[in-house]
Ligand binder design. Structure first.
Ligand code: NAP
Length: 589
């Protein structure tokens, strides 16, 4: 039997338990994720030097950058916002890009995020310094051309999954003499009137662009489509019916918006119906499920009816794979636009781009004034800048043969790095924004532990990442995502056999998985090295809250904080299990 007494005396750290050492946190990107961190980090942590680097000239991320005509969110707006800042004023069930961007910028301003944001600062490289236990960053100021160096204890990538536009790999693309643009790099000044326009792709972006360009006066469209895809009814159509709204009239009236703003109960009920609908259609992702089979029958019939004028398009488009294998797209007006007289639906592959248009595999030439590449983003790869972890390994190397990150947030060999909307963190149904909130909360909890418990570094154990990867592979086998389709959810740019875009489960599953970090899945290093004083973080027996401040009778904190109404955890009276309020709560509470 060993003695429970240690041979070396305990060396007390002369600091209060909640002194929280200063730490530097750097965030890459000021979109939905970065703005969330800019709200929560200063709210929940102290002594943090926070900076959010944003390469664009404004905050808003993808909703600032994407400006193509018809750009909107095809998810109900009330389910695509911060849970704590619901907007009663969305003009429409599906909010347009400009409104989402204004909402994001308004939220950033309201919660004081802008003081942390450095605009026009593009992160060029991030390197883990094993001796200093810090990330070393180089940042390029796009306005002055300067390059600066910075360091950070914790690095959070909040750069979004859809921020690196992918141009099509077609020979001769650079030779085109007309106007060429990517959906994410739109030239708002270009006048499409009376132009011959080519649109490549039939993903979510093209599906919103085509109906808008088709209506431009004198325009003629050639839509180059090489893959089958499901065009579904609008997400949330059920909800509209449940709410007694006309699914064909998506705008909210002045009266409705006023009611949302002034009647919190009604507004809550409305939002709840939307969330319940989004979360209970999860079954559709399971191959062979009643919901999936019902959807296939209904949407195939709906597509045929909408394409009655050009049935050959329906023959080409209706897939053999399940709904959702490629991101299901509601696309109001898309099929109607394809059937219009001024639109050619071209399935003959593009062999090359020429100075005046494209030439097709069949040899046919299509003359074009403008070529729109709605060809998506590089999604299944590492960021386009260098991220080097332990031993000089780059994230690009680590992400071969496919990207994988434990619970989508942490990568082995990359200490103190957290990913927001990293690999496997989008979802096929339910709210994405609530997932990113939980990912942000997860990072905040980790930073708090590093700070309070004097850890210099935490790194997820490689075996846990392997377990996660194995879970993902096994889980997706039962879903339609592994059907035979081309989709950015898949590895190798859409051709691989691993699902890297989606969370392996439902939104509700993700919230539960991310709720409390499992500290045992990480390796920890103390700021004092391997021979660290045991339980050093206990400090000197004092708390900041009752440490006298300079002014007489004042303290550094509140020596009675626990009776403050904000911190009270009041039990329900009597027999809580019988109380109505209790029954309404999720049973996990
Ligand atoms: P995407 O879904 O990746 O679609 C890209 C399209 O370009 C596909 O049809 C692809 O065909 C085609 N393509 C690529 N290279 C091509 C080539 N060389 N020749 C011919 N076709 C080519 O990209 P996206 O439409 O930009 O959408 C990406 C994601 O952004 C969406 O899934 C969604 O998550 C998000 N988004 C959301 C909304 C919204 O309303 N919420 C709106 C827009 C975008 P293949 O399929 O054959 O590869």
């Amino acid at each position: 039997m060993g003695s429970i007494q240690s041979s070396t005396p305990f060396q007390i750290k002369e600091a209060p338990i909640d002194g929280h050492r200063p730490m530097k946190v750097r965030v890459i990107g000021a979109g939905y994720s970065g703005i969330y961190l800019g709200i929560r980090i200063p709210e929940r942590l102290r002594n943090i030097d926070l900076q959010i680097y944003e390469k664009s000239d404004a905050v808003g991320g993808t909703w600032w950058v994407n400006r193509y005509p018809g750009c909107a969110c095809d998810i109900p707006a009330h389910s695509y916002q911060y849970s704590f800042n619901p907007n009663p004023n969305w003009s429409s069930f599906y909010a347009p890009q400009k409104e989402i961007c204004a909402y994001l910028q308004g939220t950033a301003e309201k919660f004081g995020v802008l003081r942390f944001v450095k605009l026009l600062h593009e992160v060029k490289s991030c390197q883990w310094d094993e001796n200093r236990k810090k990330w070393i960053l180089t940042v390029h100021r796009t306005d002055t051309g300067e390059t600066l160096e910075d360091d950070a204890d914790v690095l959070i990538s909040a750069r979004g999954n859809l921020s690196d536009p992918a141009w099509p790999k077609i020979p001769g693309l650079d030779s085109f003499k007309g106007e060429i643009m990517h959906s994410a790099k739109w030239n708002e000044k270009y006048d499409f009137k009376n132009k011959k326009i080519g649109v490549i792709g039939n993903g979510s972006s093209a599906i919103q662009i085509v109906p808008n360009l088709q209506k431009v006066e004198g325009a003629h469209l050639s839509c180059f489509v090489r893959s089958k895809t499901w065009i579904t009814n609008p997400f949330g159509e059920n909800v509209m019916r449940k709410l007694g709204l006309d699914p064909n009239k998506l705008e909210f009236s002045e009266e409705q918006r006023k009611e949302f703003a002034t009647n919190p109960e009604k507004f809550f009920d409305f939002r709840r119906i939307i969330e319940v609908d989004g979360n209970t259609i999860h079954e559709v992702s399971i191959r062979g499920s009643a919901m999936q089979l019902g959807g296939i029958a209904a949407f195939a019939a709906a597509m045929r009816a909408r394409l009655a004028k050009k049935p050959e398009i329906a023959d080409f488009l209706i897939p053999a794979f399940g709904i959702g294998c490629r991101r299901a797209t509601p696309g109001p007006g898309y099929l109607e636009a394809l059937a219009a007289d001024n639109v050619d639906f071209v399935t003959d592959p593009i062999a090359a781009v020429t100075p005046t248009g494209v030439s097709l595999a069949s040899g046919r030439a299509v003359a074009l004034d403008a070529l729109v590449c709605a060809t998506g983003f590089n999604t299944s790869s590492a960021p386009p800048f260098e991220v080097r972890g332990r031993g000089g390994v780059t994230l690009g190397e680590r992400f071969a043969p496919h990207p994988t990150a434990y619970l989508s947030v942490a990568v082995d060999g990359f200490p103190n790095l957290f990913l927001m909307l990293g690999p496997n963190s989008a979802i096929g149904s339910g709210s994405l924004t609530v997932i990113l909130e939980r990912e942000g909360d997860y990072a905040v909890k980790c930073i708090r532990k590093l700070q309070k418990e004097d850890y210099a570094a935490m790194a997820v154990k490689p075996e846990r990442v392997r377990d996660w990867d194995a879970y993902c592979a096994e889980y997706f086998r039962r879903t339609v995502y592994t059907d035979d389709c081309h989709s950015w959810y898949k590895s190798a740019g859409g051709d691989g056999d691993r699902i890297v875009g989606l969370w392996p489960g439902s939104t509700m599953h993700a919230l539960e998985a991310l709720r409390a970090p499992r500290w045992e899945d990480y390796d920890w290093e103390s700021v004092d090295g391997p021979a660290a004083n045991r339980l050093r973080w206990l400090g000197n027996g004092w708390s900041l809250t009752h440490t006298p401040a300079q002014a007489e009778g004042e303290y550094l904190g509140d020596p009675a904080w626990y009776i403050h109404p904000r911190f009270l955890d009041i039990p329900l009276p009597g027999r809580p299990e019988e109380a109505e309020e209790y029954k309404a709560l999720p049973f996990s509470h």
